[in-house]
Design a protein around this ligand. Sequence first.
Ligand SMILES: [Zn+2]
Length: 318
Amino acid sequence: MNQTTDRLTVGVDLGGTNLRIGLVDYSGAVIEVHEQSSIGTADELIEIIVQKINAWGSNNTIQSVGVGVAGMIDYEGVVHYAPNLPEFAGVPLQPLLAQRLEHPVVVDNDANMAAWGEVNHGAAQGYDAALVITLGTGIGGGVIVGGQIYRGAHGFAAEVGHWQFDPAGPLCACGGRGHWEAMASGSALGRMAQEQAAAGNAPALLALVDGDAHSLTGHHVVQALATSDEVAQSIWTQFTRAVGVGLAGLINLFDPSVVVISGGLVVLGEVLLNPIASVVAEEIEGSQYRFKVQILPAVLGDQAGLVGAAAMARDLVP
Ligand SMILES: [Zn+2]
């Protein structure tokens, strides 16, 4: 029997914006995928997962199920805190799913799942010590130590976006002030553009949104960068500096072989990665005296979460 084609697992990635469910083989290839906007309650999520497994399971041998959720998840698969999915707080998701499914099921944080995807089938493959950092609406992180996800005492480790980067910085989505996420996420890039526009400093950016400063996002900064707009360039320098300084701190803490950057901005390639690498080289401890840490773009894109969840589910079956 060929294991790479005959054995399949289901991966689920529930973010604040989107829900993705995929049927994935042992090589990481996605055979089927269902995508929709995010759902509000655990009951709805469980119904959709059961539906998909019934539909796909009639023709395939599904071994197990992995579910990633954007929130703080403990070792028992209970969601403790999920600011973008408020109805899930306190929900014992793994036990509820286990009651409904005939398959073994694992529930973990979505960024851990995405990191596991990149480790098993993406840019971090073959590295025992890696950081996978997602620059999106927030900043997600997965820390790989000894080839395994580092989860801490309670399952809440690697909340890499939430430490104070600037005591005078803007409020973070979590309520803290000046957290790295508030300074270096995709949303932070949009906020910088809005501030410059509101101060009357960014005519080219404003022109992209018909003068409505509040609707400026990170995408508009990227758009203006392509036209060599000086204001966009200066925002970009400030943004990549914030990303790089934070990464240097994380590299000091974990000494990884590789840092994988994911999120929509990765399509910019060297425009994103080169300035970050320069700042890391400047800011890291003992820069001239240590091994170089590679900073690589993620390769799984928006399927990293479901591919990683499916990969983690494989460990549930012998
Ligand atoms: Zn925060």
